[in-house]
Design a protein around this ligand. Structure first.
Ligand code: 3PG
Length: 215
């Protein structure tokens, strides 16, 4: 794994963030995540202000690993990088976007769930994949089955992860980190429930530590 993937793996969870009001929410959210021991974020391009959110979060917490998610085009890669994104996440595997990021030396985590996806990712020289949507695609059982022919990959499952199933995923050596929106829901953000976000992050980090120490 490259340095960035190692750092993400150490943290263990990646909040998947959609911010409709980045000017209002990006800075306090970055502080809340960092205070909870989760200085990483996948800021999705599902909201129009994604680039602004990336820029503001990175400005507020310069050590935070702020990346871009739901990236669908190379133009969005450029937009994300100009805003300061340190990594790119795509919902599916688009070899053009992967090669574009590799050409810029930017870590890219494409969403993969099938043997065909994995095989293409192997040919592209990738090491860490997003496994998306995780629960809906077969969850941990499928991730384990996929690692038999493809033991070279670590995966970041996202989709349906919560405090309830986080430990099960993290215990598997195939898992790099788990992504999720459960600690950054629209309700929590819109109502400025920053302390609760910090608490959910702290709980997540505890679960990760405990799951890993118990093997
Ligand atoms: C993603 O974009 O990775 C998912 O939508 C996040 O999934 P979740 O909301 O089920 O955590």
């Amino acid at each position: 794994m490259n340095e960035l993937s190692k750092k993400i793996s150490e943290i263990g969870v990646v909040p998947v963030i959609k911010l409709n009001h980045p000017e209002r929410d990006a800075a306090p959210l970055a502080r809340a995540l960092t205070a909870g021991g989760v200085p990483v974020a996948e800021v999705t391009f599902r909201a129009a202000g994604a680039a602004a959110a990336i820029r503001l979060m990175a400005q507020e917490c310069p050590d935070m690993l702020v990346g871009a998610g739901t990236v669908l085009t190379t133009a969005q890669v450029d937009e994300a990088l100009a805003a300061g994104a340190k990594f790119i996440v795509t919902p599916g595997l688009d070899p053009d976007i992967v090669k574009y990021c590799q050409g810029k030396d930017v870590p890219v985590f494409p969403g993969c769930t099938t043997p065909t996806d994995y095989h293409t990712a192997y040919k592209l020289g990738l090491e860490v994949l997003k496994f998306f949507p995780a629960e809906q695609s077969g969850g941990l059982a499928k991730i384990k089955a996929m690692s038999a022919p493809f033991p070279m990959f670590k995966v970041m499952p996202t989709g349906g992860i919560s405090l309830k199933n986080l430990a099960d995923y993290i215990k598997s050596p195939v898992i790099c980190a788990c992504g999720g929106s459960y600690m950054v829901t629209a309700d929590l953000i819109d109502n400025n429930r920053w302390d609760e976000i910090t608490d959910l992050c702290k709980k997540s980090v505890e679960i990760v530590k405990e799951a890993r120490s118990n093997g």
